[in-house]
Ligand binder design. Structure first.
Ligand SMILES: Nc1ncnc2c1ncn2[C@@H]1O[C@H](COP(=O)(O)OP(=O)(O)O)[C@@H](O)[C@H]1O
Ligand SMILES: [Mg+2]
Length: 281
């Protein structure tokens, strides 16, 4: 599979107020390939947003290399590379420029010189992808948090990016808004071959990923499939992450002497095992 993005021994420090440089990212290496869905997870301050900024050239590494679409990011290729990356941030209220939903989604297209005849179908199609096609003329500030983030995702999709980066896109939402966005993201995974890097401090949200990178204090602590990561539940809790409900419950059941086999990540999996192995005899 074609490489989309790679970090090769990347480190970055911020200068703090007392003039001392503090490492925010230390010796991080990984490669993201075409069509992969990667989750980067870690508690607050573990370096996730710094990684995102390094990926889109808002920051440049102090050591190591960042390559996007096989090119090392530099001042010359930065804008071209960035135009092929969609990015959605944490705060739903900071992402709007248009006065209606459709103007907002059209904004980047207009700026990039997409002809009007092509703009209209692209705006409609990307709003349909996030289930917001019924809101074309609505004012963004009247939408719920979940709807706002879905429109922000549509805005990113309209540019037909090769890579979509979501940095804590659900963390300011209420449970319903979170579910809406997660469902839309789930649907995207099923229907497109888009490469996605989703950054979150919430372990519940890594279940969709092909591969998970766990960050702690600027370093990569673990990498693996979601089930491989959850097999290290104690280590995840030790760095301040909350295990998903089903994983916690499986563990409590085991501690209480109920034979539960695997690391269950969803309630459905856990219920199925309990049903077949304990109640269905
Ligand atoms: N602009 C900045 N100036 C100084 N320190 C920063 C800045 N941004 C982040 N940091 C520090 O870098 C570390 C990593 O932050 P960040 O990448 O935002 O982590 P996360 O996104 O995982 O919460 C933290 O210790 C944070 O305080
Ligand atoms: Mg962050």
């Amino acid at each position: 599979m074609k490489e989309i993005l790679s970090l090769d021994h990347v480190s970055y420090s911020y200068e703090s107020e007392d003039g001392v440089a503090r490492r925010a990212v230390e010796d991080v290496s990984f490669t993201v390939r075409d069509g992969e869905w990667i989750a980067i997870v870690g508690h607050n301050g573990s370096g996730k947003s710094t990684l995102a900024k390094l990926m889109i050239g808002l920051l440049f590494p102090e050591d190591g290399k960042v390559k996007v679409f096989l090119e090392e990011l530099n001042a010359y290729n930065l804008w071209d590379i960035r135009s092929q990356i969609g990015m959605v941030f944490q705060n739903p209220d900071n992402q709007f420029v248009g006065s209606t939903v459709q103007d907002d989604v059209a904004f980047a297209l207009e700026n990039n010189g997409i002809p009007f005849e092509e703009m209209v179908p692209r705006v409609h199609a990307s709003l349909a992808q996030v289930k917001m096609e019924g809101f074309l003329d609505h004012e963004p500030h009247h939408l719920s948090g979940g709807q706002k983030q879905r429109v922000a995702i549509a805005g990113a999709l309209a540019m037909r990016p090769k890579l979509l980066i979501l940095d804590e896109a659900t963390s300011m939402l209420d449970p319903q808004g979170r579910d809406e966005v997660i469902q839309v993201v789930n649907e995207l995974k099923r229907t497109t071959g888009l490469t996605v890097i989703s950054i979150t401090h919430d372990l519940e949200e890594v279940l969709l990923a092909d591969r998970v990178i766990v960050m702690n204090e600027g370093k990569t602590m673990m990498t693996g499939k979601p089930e491989e990561i959850f097999a290290h539940g104690d280590e995840l809790e030790a760095i301040g992450l909350d295990l998903p409900f089903a994983a916690r419950l499986s563990r409590s059941l085991r501690q209480a002497g109920v034979a539960v086999q695997g690391e269950h990540m969803t309630e459905e999996e856990l219920v199925n095992e309990l049903w077949t192995s304990h109640f269905n005899k």
